[in-house]
Design a protein. Structure first.
Length: 217
């Protein structure tokens, strides 16, 4: 399993390396969010860790890049102190020690490793209808997009379909024609302080609909 870490160097990096090596994790280290964003265009990972001291110094572009990556990979914010050791907030905020890092790693183990998506998504909110491929449109549920690109979208819903399943999606602003989306990842309601839903890629988007989507973006 491969985890990316963004942190300072020195004693703090040594502490992170000791912990992750004890868990049998291959660690990739970067010194900034921009370094991580560039690295992930060609590097496959299971999740990433950002030290809080790095996160609070992010530039505006880095904040946007971090938000994009958080919508794709399991991730956790951490802090290290030479006296108290590693601390992390993940899911259960009542626990902030390495127990939360262990839970994070369990989720990373379940996550299919991947590189950063090819298409940069924009944070745009459109009303959408979603329903299973085998079901009629009358079974559609209302949702909205958190972000969208020429290659895929993240739809906000408390009832995310299973990973690898195909669903029909209709974006109201594109008209009445639905299109297929393959579910690539899901985020359950109550998983940390993140919006629930699913991320997916378009399957067989036809020429006219693709042109209208491009114009909409």
């Amino acid at each position: 399993m491969i985890i990316a870490l963004v942190s300072r160097e020195g004693a703090i990096l040594d502490a992170y390396r000791r912990f992750f090596e004890s868990q049998g994790i291959d660690l990739i280290h970067m010194k900034s969010i921009s370094d991580l964003f560039q690295k992930l265009s060609t590097t496959v990972i299971n999740g990433f860790v950002v030290d809080i001291q790095i996160a609070i110094r992010n530039t505006e572009p880095e904040k946007r890049w971090l938000q994009t990556m958080e919508g794709i990979f399991p991730n956790v914010r951490t802090n290290w102190n030479p006296e108290t050791g590693l601390r992390a907030l993940y899911r259960d905020s009542s626990n902030s020690e390495t127990d939360n890092l262990s839970v994070f790693l369990e989720d990373c183990q379940k996550f299919k490793p991947r590189a950063l998506r090819k298409h940069v998504r924009k944070n745009l909110n459109f009303h959408v209808l979603i329903w299973p491929i085998a079901a009629p449109e009358e079974a559609a549920e209302r949702a909205y997009t958190l972000n969208i690109s020429p290659g895929g979208l993240f739809a906000c819903t408390c009832f995310a379909p299973p990973v690898d399943s195909l669903v029909w999606v209709k974006i109201q602003d594109l008209g009445e024609q639905p299109f297929k989306v393959q579910v690539r990842l899901t985020r359950a309601w109550g998983s940390g302080m993140y919006i629930p839903g699913f991320g997916g890629s378009y399957e067989g988007l036809d020429g006219d609909l693709a042109k209208r989507l491009k114009a909409l973006l």
